[in-house]
Design a protein around this ligand. Structure first.
Ligand code: DQQ
Length: 573
């Protein structure tokens, strides 16, 4: 009798324990890939719901942190935004944590909007973020980690004296947001900028503080440009003029130039300027002005980006929100919306006129099944399939060599004004001389579905001009999707340089880097046939002149562990 009771007790303990272990399940794992063909394998996304801007990315005590704008209640943007939080040891695999900031206090109880991290002396991280207060005004707030000895900094405490910065006089209550990472000048004062507008004049208001709590608005903004509308998510940081390494945000000397990036809400695009900043005179003189045709980080979908300095590898890392191109109804059916771009390092080009971006090297951890092609001639009107890799989850590098350039088409000056329009008029099916040539990604067996990322080379007054396009017009047989084509010029000389393209393909996102990262284009696509194992990849040349693939290297990219909550097994406890 005693033995039976003991056995029963052991069974009961085991059952309770098992129940407890198996009840700690992933929040909501995506359904099978056939039901969720647009979820990605190596791009950051939460298990479900709406995500937009990256917030407060930082490296702290061995751990990378990414916070992001999140609606925990559904797949559409909400009036009550939160900060979700994930951490990583390698910027590839991400561990999801509890929400870091929720709209709870009078200074943010409508919404917790975007913001940035600063690491204060003594290795103390602090967050500045925009709150929408109970009166519907945008104000700037501060939060700090509850316990600095917690390796993941899971809990964040809002400063009780918030807001630390109130709405400036004469500014509309919904036109004041997105504080940057702070920089410290030699006078011992911290500086930040906050995005705003007045009468359609985009403004980066400059604030100074000695203690990070009391902030004073400087008389003149760091920069402003008439007619550009509100500036969202500004970013302001130095870049070395003579090397590719990153620079910590407070470094100021003659070997750096400063980048001012602003998100123009009216265009939903991130534009940037490069210039000289003097904290003594407190002025910023950009060498290029901000116009709708000026420099952009990316000529496709790429918004509300934020950069941070990574002291481990001495680089500046950039991430951005890549929104959907499908409909709200599609997002409701999918149960999610929004991706983060794959992290990129960025630096100033040798010519000091533009930035260069490149996927961080950690992607190599995910590479497998390398295939290579060397010196392969692509006759005009031909295709070459890249076999041996998973074409829906791939990293592809290709470079083209051109000869007889004098045969190139003459450039019509009207093609220069709006390269995106030129790309849509001269899509991948439109035969030129040198071009279109490039890659056909996520192509179906019969090629009815394909996304063409390609180049065209034109002759112009004895010089050669290279246009890069991403043509989404045949990317899906589905209707109701924005299939706009994107394009921009690549500042290379095809007489000297090979024309290179690197493309990251991840089910519903294609990030392309032309000319070694001088021109970047990100697209969202929703194939219905070219999904999973059915997707194919080709190099193509639809011009009349032949081109040579001097080198192609392509890899399948393994799935990263992104925001999958680990089922805690009994042995873990
Ligand atoms: N997204 C946030 C704002 C920011 C905008 C709200 C940019 O703070 O201005 O989710 O996408």
């Amino acid at each position: 009798m005693m033995r039976v009771a003991n056995l029963f007790l052991i069974f009961l303990v085991f059952a309770i324990h098992h129940l407890r272990c198996s009840s700690i399940m992933p929040e909501s794992l995506p359904a099978s890939s056939s039901e969720q063909p647009y979820r990605t394998a190596f791009h950051f996304q939460p298990p479900q719901n709406w995500m937009n801007d990256p917030n407060g990315p930082m490296y702290y005590n061995g751990v990378y942190h990414l916070f992001y704008q999140y609606n925990p209640t559904g797949p559409l943007f909400s009036d009550h935004m939160h900060w979700a939080h994930s951490v990583s040891y390698d910027l590839i695999n991400w561990i999801p944590l509890d929400l870091a900031l929720s709209p709870t206090k009078s200074f943010d109880n409508i919404s917790c909007w975007s913001g940035s991290a600063t690491i204060l002396p003594g290795n103390k991280p602090v967050m500045l973020y925009t709150g929408i207060d109970s009166e519907n005004r945008q104000v700037q707030n501060m939060a700090v980690p509850k316990d600095l000895s917690d390796p993941y900094l899971k809990e964040w405490v809002k400063y009780t004296g918030n807001p630390v910065i109130n709405l400036p006089d004469g500014i509309q209550p919904d036109d004041f947001r997105d504080p940057t990472t702070a920089w410290l000048a030699e006078d011992g004062k911290w500086r930040i900028i906050v995005g705003s507008q007045k009468d359609k004049m985009g403004i980066a208001f400059l604030y100074q503080s000695e203690d990070f709590i009391n902030w004073t608005k400087f008389d003149s903004p760091l920069h402003k440009v008439a007619g550009t509308g509100i500036w969202e998510c500004p970013d302001f940081f130095p870049v070395w003029i003579d090397n590719k390494k990153g620079v910590d945000t407070s470094v100021m000397n003659l070997r750096v130039k400063h980048v001012l990036k602003v998100g123009l809400f009216d265009y939903a695009k991130d534009f940037y300027m490069i210039g000289n900043y003097s904290p003594e005179k407190e002025n910023y003189v950009p060498q290029n002005e901000l116009t709708p045709s000026t420099l952009r980080y990316d000529y496709g979908k790429y918004y509300a980006s934020k950069s941070f300095f990574d002291p481990v590898k001495n680089r500046r890392i950039l991430m951005a929100w890549v929104n959907e191109s499908d409909s709200e109804a599609d997002d409701i059916a999918k149960g999610w919306s929004g991706l983060q771009s794959f992290p990129r390092s960025l630096w100033l080009d040798q010519n000091q006129k533009q930035l260069v971006q490149w996927p961080i090297e950690e992607i190599e951890m995910l590479h497998e099944n390398k295939v290579s092609i060397l010196d392969k001639k692509l006759e005009g009107g031909s295709l070459h399939e890249v076999v041996g890799i998973t074409a829906s989850q791939a990293d592809v590098k290709i470079s083209f060599k051109l000869s007889n350039l004098e045969e190139a088409e003459e450039l019509d000056p009207s093609w220069i004004e709006d390269p995106q329009l030129t790309c849509s008029k001269k899509d991948a099916s439109n035969k030129g001389k040198f071009g279109p040539f490039g890659l056909l990604a996520l192509a179906s067996n019969d090629l009815t579905e394909q996304t063409a990322i390609f180049f065209r080379v034109f002759k112009n007054n004895g010089r050669y001009i290279v246009l890069m396009c991403s043509d989404q017009s045949r990317s899906s047989t589905k209707n109701g999707i924005d299939k706009t084509s994107y394009g921009s010029f690549v500042d290379i000389n095809p007489q000297q340089d090979e024309i290179s393209l690197r493309t990251l393909i991840d089910h519903s996102i294609i990030e392309s880097f032309g000319g070694g990262g001088k021109t970047c284009i990100t697209a969202r696509v929703y194939p219905t046939l070219a999904i999973g194992k059915e997707a194919r990849l080709f190099a193509f040349n639809n011009g009349t002149e032949s081109v040579v693939i001097s080198e192609l290297s392509a890899w399948s990219v393994k799935k990263a562990l992104i925001n999958v909550k680990k089922t805690i097994s009994c042995t873990d406890q």
